[in-house]
Every structure is written in C-alpha cells, then in structure tokens.
Design a protein. Structure first.
Length: 83
C-alpha cells in the first residue's frame, strides 16, 4: 500500500509542478508521476545534505513539488542548449 500512496503523491506533485512551471512540457501521465517521485527524492536528499531534514526523515508534499520544479528547470536548460 505504501508504493501506491507514493505513486499517487508523485502524480499529484508532478501535476502541480507542471502547472506552476511556465512553458509546455510534453510529458504523459507516467513521466509526470516519475517527475513527482524524483522531485521527492531530490528534495529529501538535498534537504538532508543542507541539514534541513534529519537522516531517515523524508520531504513532504511541498518538498516534492519544489524538487519537481528544480528538475523541470534543469530539463528546460538542457532543451534550450539542444536547440
């Protein structure tokens, strides 16, 4: 059940991040879900590195959205260079 909850929260975080980030990202539902999950991992490990979170503590929903926004920003930088 934990995996299903993670997938649903990843989907919600990815959708919200795509709505906040300007521009059009051609991503389907699966990539949006993976974006939210990756954003959660990024914000968790970045927060632990910056001593915001204790070891073993995970980022919350807002942290997942912020992490997904960071990933979208990095993706947009690579897409600009490719053009």
């Amino acid at each position: 059940m934990h995996i299903v909850w993670t997938i649903l929260l990843g989907l919600a975080a990815g959708v919200i991040a795509k709505l906040i980030f300007p521009g059009k990202e051609n991503m389907g539902w699966i990539m949006t879900t993976l974006l939210g999950i990756a954003g959660s991992f990024l914000s968790t490990y970045l927060g632990q590195f910056l001593k915001i979170y204790e070891p073993g503590e995970t980022a919350g929903f807002i942290g997942a959205i912020i992490g997904a926004l960071i990933i979208l920003f990095i993706i947009s930088l690579f897409r600009r260079k490719a053009r």
